[in-house]
Design a protein around this ligand. Structure first.
Ligand SMILES: Nc1ncnc2c1ncn2[C@@H]1O[C@H](COP(=O)(O)OP(=O)(O)OP(=O)(O)O)[C@@H](O)[C@H]1O
Ligand SMILES: [Mg+2]
Length: 330
């Protein structure tokens, strides 16, 4: 069966299942999503009420997206995580949108539609609505086998997409502490963050969170550079922090942008503490063997999902089109 057929089959299964996770949710299948496949899956999703257009009234249950209402960056509006002490930052939404990032201002873009499909099973698991109960399902790590496959791009888009849901608040964590990309991609000044919390007991998590002008989206930056950054990420302190996050922010989705699995030790360790791992695979580039090794490295994680990034559109195009396909289950 070709990759595209596999993708179609998976999406069809998903549709029939009302976008729920199979009992033995385990590994996924990478497949290139063609526009037609995505289109079918999306229309099926709408039929089942799993997602609605951002400007439509919210259904009684399932994923509901908030109407676009970016908050002013004055820090006075309701803040989901660490309300009283977090710093406010203003994301340049027009610039982000031009760079291909989902924003509340452009809820109907192609990429926004693609991430509606990608996020649905992740949210079902996180909120315990999947068929199987997933421990720490609200902790979602975005990774890949190798550098440059689109981890940060995908993590940011996933966070943005979920932040547009009525039911979910999101914390985006830059866990690529050696080479953080979030400040560059979101045009933020690097600030204190994850590493500072790990090395200094007196630094409170809430104090270093950044609340953004996208309502429901907060950011934890990688933090002050540290010579033992990678060890810190695999340390007991990090494990405790993750457990704390999973419990304290149980109703929040926490997305980790992380380093490549095959080139770092901390990434596979991080994967053992999160409930769900999204593995980005770059179309036409990531060797199959690297994908296999990456999956082996995160074997212990209960839910693994694969996304094919930069897939060539079936209709042709310049080859740098956008396509996310995914498989789920076994
Ligand atoms: N689907 C996409 N469409 C357009 N641009 C993309 C897409 N995916 C990734 N990119 C771009 O490709 C480049 C590499 O992506 P990104 O930084 O997200 O990769 P990464 O896996 O996080 O890399 P690293 O391992 O170095 O952290 C970035 O400039 C990003 O904006
Ligand atoms: Mg990155």
């Amino acid at each position: 069966m070709s990759l595209i057929e596999q993708a179609a089959k998976r999406l069809e299964e998903l549709r029939r299942a009302g976008v729920e996770v199979p009992d033995d949710a385990s590994v996924a299948t990478a497949a290139q999503a063609t526009p037609s496949i995505l289109e079918r899956a999306m229309s099926a999703e709408r039929t089942h009420g799993a997602t609605v257009p951002a400007d439509a009234p919210a259904p009684a249950s399932g994923g509901r997206e908030a109407p676009p209402h970016p908050r002013s960056g004055d820090g006075q509006a309701g803040v989901p995580i660490g309300a009283t002490q977090s710093r406010a930052v203003t994301l340049d939404l027009a610039r982000l949108s031009a760079a291909g990032i989902i924003t509340p201002d452009a809820p109907r873009s192609q990429i926004a539609d693609e991430f509606r499909i990608v996020k649905r099973p992740l949210l079902a698991n996180a909120s315990g609505k999947g068929a199987a109960r997933v421990k720490n399902g609200n902790l979602i790590m975005v990774t890949s086998a190798l550098p440059g496959e689109g981890k940060s791009f995908s993590a940011i888009n996933l966070a943005m997409s979920i932040a547009m849901e009525l039911d979910h608040t999101v914390l985006l964590v830059d866990a690529d502490v050696a080479r953080p990309s979030v400040p560059r991609m979101l045009d933020l000044e690097p600030t204190k963050g994850l590493l500072d919390v790990l090395v200094d007991d007196s630094v409170d998590l809430r104090g270093v969170l950044l609340k953004t002008n996208v309502e429901k989206l907060s950011i934890l930056q990688a933090g002050t550079k540290h010579p033992r950054a990678t060890e810190l990420l695999a340390s007991d302190a990090m494990n405790r922090l993750l457990d704390d996050m999973a419990q304290r922010y149980a109703d929040r989705i926490i997305i980790f942008d992380s380093p490549p699995l095959l080139l770092t030790t901390e990434s596979p360790v991080l994967a053992t503490h999160v409930g769900q791992v999204v593995v980005v695979v770059e179309a036409q580039r990531t060797p199959q063997n690297a994908v296999k090794q990456a999956l082996a490295a995160i074997d212990a994680c209960p839910v693994k999902m694969m996304m094919l990034n930069k897939g060539r559109a079936a209709s042709g195009g310049d080859g740098y089109g956008y396509g996310y396909g995914y498989g789920y289950g076994h």
